[in-house]
Design a protein around this ligand. Structure first.
Ligand code: MG
Ligand code: MG
Length: 617
C-alpha cells in the first residue's frame, strides 16, 4: 500500500513537482492533465524522468464531462479519451480518473450513462487501462459515491470501477460506513484530502481549502478505516488544492504529505484493530519548563522582568551556565551559555524562548514515533533529555514522568530562594507566531506526533491586519498551544517574525487561582502591565452583569474577562513585552476552554500603542 501524491498538490513546474515527490519518499504520483499539457516534456520524456526518480505513475487525471453527451460532443469525448489512453501508454500508467459530469449538455438518463461507460471501458481495455469513476461533490447528476457505486455495478465491466475521494464524500457528509458496500476489486483508487469545516459552495471549498490529512476537520481516520476494512491495498494518494500550498515550497508540502499519510494509515489501522505501524500518538501530561536563550547584555533586564513577574532563581546547573527560575509549577531554564544550541538560537533570534519541555507518558515511544514521522532529533545543551526540532528551529524536549521527577535535582544544585512566590499553578499555554507558509505544517506536526485536538480556528483582528489563530490542546487541557499567522506585514505577529528573524514563541500564559491577588503581588514587585482602556471595562461590566466590586477589580488591575455559553469565566492580564519579542499573560480559568479570543483585539491594540513612532521595518 504505497504513498502517492497528485502533481496538482505541489507548486512549480512538472519537473519540480516530480523531484519534490521523489525527494520526500513518495512511491507514486498522479499526473494532473493540465500539468502534463503545460509541460514541454513529451510523455516519453516524463516517463524517463519518472524512471530516473524511481516513481510510479499511478493515475492520470482527470477526464471530465464525459457521460450522457449528445453528438457531436459524445464522439469528441470518446476521441479525447483515446488520446489520453495513448499518452498513458507512453507514461506506463494504467488507471485514469473520470469525474462525474458538470456539463449542462449531459443527460441524467441512467441507461445512456451506463451505455457510454460500457463503451468507454471497452476502449480502455484495448489499452489495458482501468477507469475510476469519481463523484464530484458538485456534479450535475452524480455527486455521491453511493450513486457511483450503483452505476459501477450496472456497468459491470472489469475495466470500470469506483474512485473514492475523501473530500467529495466528507464535504457532503456521506456516512463512511457506506464504503462497506463496495467490493475491493472494484475500488480503483483512493484520493485523500482533509479540509476545514466551512459553509460555502463545494466547488470553491474544494479548489482553495483542501489540506493534508491532519490539517482539517474531516474524520479521515474513519474514512480510511472503512477502505482498509474492505481489503483495499492500492495507493493512498493526496489530491490537495490549497492556496497556501500553491505558494509554498514543494519539498516542504511533499515532506508533510508523507508524514500526513503515514500518521493517517497508522490511525486507521488502529481503528480497525490491525497491527499499528508506529507507537501511538504521545499523550502529553504538561509543559514542565520553558527555556530562554539569554544574550549576555540582556541578563540584568530579563532577570529583573522575571523577578517582577513573580519568579526567583532556585538552582544552578551543575556544569553549564544555566539557571533554574521557578514560581510554583512553572519552571524557567535560563541559558546563558556562550556556546551550544541556545547561544546559536540567541544569535539569530535575540533573547527569546528557545525550547519547551514536555512531560509525556512514554518518552522512548514518543521519540520512536517522531522518528517514524521524519521529525528530526536535535542536539541540545541539556543532554539528559532528548529533543526534537520545533517551530523556528526551537526545541521540544521530551521527558517521561520519571525523568520529570528527578531532572531538577539531578541536573541542578538547588538552592533556597528568599523571594519566591508560589502562585502559578500551571503553564497554561504558549502562543507561537509562525509564518503563513508554515501555519498548516506546524498543525500537522503537533497533531501527527501528539495526542492533541484542534479547536475551531479564530480570526483575530490586529490593528494592522487579520491574524489566524489555531489552538492545539490535549483532552484534559493540561497542554495548550496556539499557532498564529498572518499575511499582513504590519500586524504584530508579522513584526514579531521579522524582528526576531523567524517564528517562535511570542507569549507564555501562566495560570493562577486568584488573578486579582496575582496582579496585586506583581504591582508591588514593579511588573509593567499592559493597560486596558476604561471603554472596555464599561462594556464588559454591562455585558457580563458584573457587580461594582468585580468591575472595580478588573479596572484596578487591568484585567480582561470573557465568559463562555455556560457562564464559565476566563480572566487575564498581560505584561509589557520584553524587547518587543515576548510577553507574559496571567490567566485564571474556571472550566472555560478558550483563550480569551474576543479580548485579543483589545490586547493587540494596546500593544500597538507601544510601537515605536518610527519603525525601521
Ligand atoms: Mg479527486
Ligand atoms: Mg494567550
Amino acid at each position: 500500500m504505497i504513498n502517492a501524491i497528485a502533481t496538482v498538490s505541489l507548486s512549480g513546474t512538472l519537473e519540480d513537482k516530480l523531484l519534490a515527490a521523489a525527494g520526500a519518499g513518495f512511491a507514486g504520483v498522479e499526473i494532473f492533465d493540465t500539468d502534463f499539457l503545460a509541460s514541454p516534456l513529451s510523455a516519453r520524456e516524463v516517463r524517463a524522468l519518472l524512471d530516473e526518480l524511481g516513481l510510479d505513475c499511478v493515475l492520470y487525471q482527470p477526464l471530465r464531462d464525459f457521460e450522457g453527451l449528445p453528438d457531436p460532443h459524445r464522439a469528441r469525448a470518446f476521441a479525447r479519451a483515446r488520446q489520453k489512453f495513448e499518452v498513458m501508454r507512453e507514461l506506463r500508467c494504467d488507471r485514469i480518473l473520470l469525474c462525474s459530469s458538470c456539463s449542462p449538455l449531459a443527460s441524467p438518463d441512467r441507461a445512456r450513462i451506463v451505455a457510454d461507460f460500457r463503451e468507454l471501458a471497452d476502449v480502455a481495455a484495448e489499452y489495458g487501462v482501468t477507469v475510476g469513476y469519481e463523484a464530484l461533490a458538485w456534479g450535475l447528476h452524480v455527486y455521491d459515491h453511493r450513486q457511483v457505486w450503483e452505476i459501477v455495478r450496472e456497468v459491470d465491466h472489469p475495466n470500470f470501477g469506483i474512485l473514492l475521494d475523501s473530500f467529495h464524500s466528507l464535504a457532503r457528509g456521506i456516512p463512511s460506513e457506506s464504503i462497506r458496500q463496495i467490493t475491493p476489486d472494484k475500488l480503483v483508487f483512493v484520493q485523500l484530502a482533509d479540509a476545514p469545516l466551512l459553509d460555502m459552495g463545494h466547488l470553491y471549498w474544494s479548489r482553495h481549502f483542501r489540506n493534508l490529512p491532519g490539517q482539517g476537520n474531516f474524520d479521515l481516520t474513519g474514512y480510511v478505516a472503512e477502505i482498509l476494512r474492505i481489503g483495499y491495498n492500492g495507493p493512498l494518494s493526496l489530491e490537495i488544492f490549497n492556496d497556501r500550498f500553491r505558494a509554498n515550497s514543494a519539498p516542504m508540502v511533499a515532506r508533510d504529505g508523507v508524514r500526513a499519510l503515514d500518521a493517517l494509515r497508522d490511525a486507521a489501522f488502529r481503528a480497525i484493530g490491525r497491527p499499528a505501524t508506529m507507537p501511538a500518538r504521545a499523550a502529553i501530561d504538561r509543559i514542565e519548563f520553558v527555556e530562554f536563550a539569554v544574550l549576555d547584555g540582556d541578563r540584568a533586564e530579563l532577570t529583573a522582568m522575571l523577578h517582577a513577574a513573580g519568579f526567583a532563581c532556585v538552582g544552578r546547573h551543575r556544569s553549564k551556565a544555566v539557571e533554574l527560575w521557578r514560581n510554583g509549577a512553572a519552571n524557567f531554564v535560563l541559558n546563558f551559555a556562550e556556546e551550544g544550541f541556545a547561544a546559536a538560537y540567541g544569535l539569530t533570534h535575540g533573547t527569546a524562548i528557545c525550547a519547551i519541555g514536555l512531560v509525556v507518558a512514554d518518552g522512548a515511544a514518543t521519540m520512536a514515533r517522531a522518528d517514524a514521522l521524519g521529525i528530526e532529533r536535535q542536539a541540545s545543551d541539556l543532554p539528559a533529555m532528548p529533543a526534537l526540532r520545533g517551530v523556528a528551529g526551537s526545541l521540544v524536549y521530551v521527558l517521561d514522568r520519571e525523568a520529570a521527577r528527578t531532572i531538577w535535582a539531578d541536573e541542578f544544585v538547588l538552592e533556597p530562594a528568599a523571594d519566591l512566590l508560589r502562585d502559578v499553578v500551571a503553564i497554561d499555554h504558549l502562543a507561537a507566531a509562525v509564518s503563513n507558509d508554515e501555519f498548516l505544517s506546524w498543525q500537522l506536526y503537533w497533531r501527527a506526533l501528539f495526542d492533541v485536538d484542534v479547536q475551531t480556528p479564530q480570526d483575530v483582528i490586529d490593528p494592522n491586519g487579520l491574524v489566524q489563530s489555531q489552538a492545539v490542546q490535549n483532552k484534559s487541557g493540561t497542554f495548550r498551544l496556539t499557532l498564529n499567522s498572518t499575511d499582513a506585514r504590519e500586524a504584530l505577529s508579522s513584526r514579531f517574525l521579522s524582528q526576531s528573524f523567524g517564528a517562535g514563541f511570542q507569549h507564555l500564559a501562566l495560570r493562577v487561582r486568584d488573578l486579582a491577588s496575582a496582579a496585586g503581588l506583581r504591582e508591588t514587585r514593579g511588573m509593567e502591565r499592559l493597560p486596558v482602556p476604561a471603554n472596555y471595562q464599561d462594556d464588559v461590566a454591562a455585558r457580563f452583569g458584573l457587580d461594582p466590586t468585580a468591575s472595580a477589580e478588573l479596572r484596578d488591575h487591568d484585567l480582561l474577562i470573557d465568559e463562555d455559553g455556560a457562564g464559565r469565566r476566563y480572566r487575564q492580564f498581560y505584561s509589557r513585552a520584553f524587547h518587543r519579542t515576548f510577553f507574559f499573560e496571567f490567566v485564571e480559568r474556571d472550566g472555560y476552554e478558550g483563550y480569551g479570543a474576543p479580548n485579543a483585539q483589545i490586547r493587540l491594540a494596546a500593544q500597538s500603542r507601544f510601537r515605536p513612532a518610527t519603525s525601521a521595518n
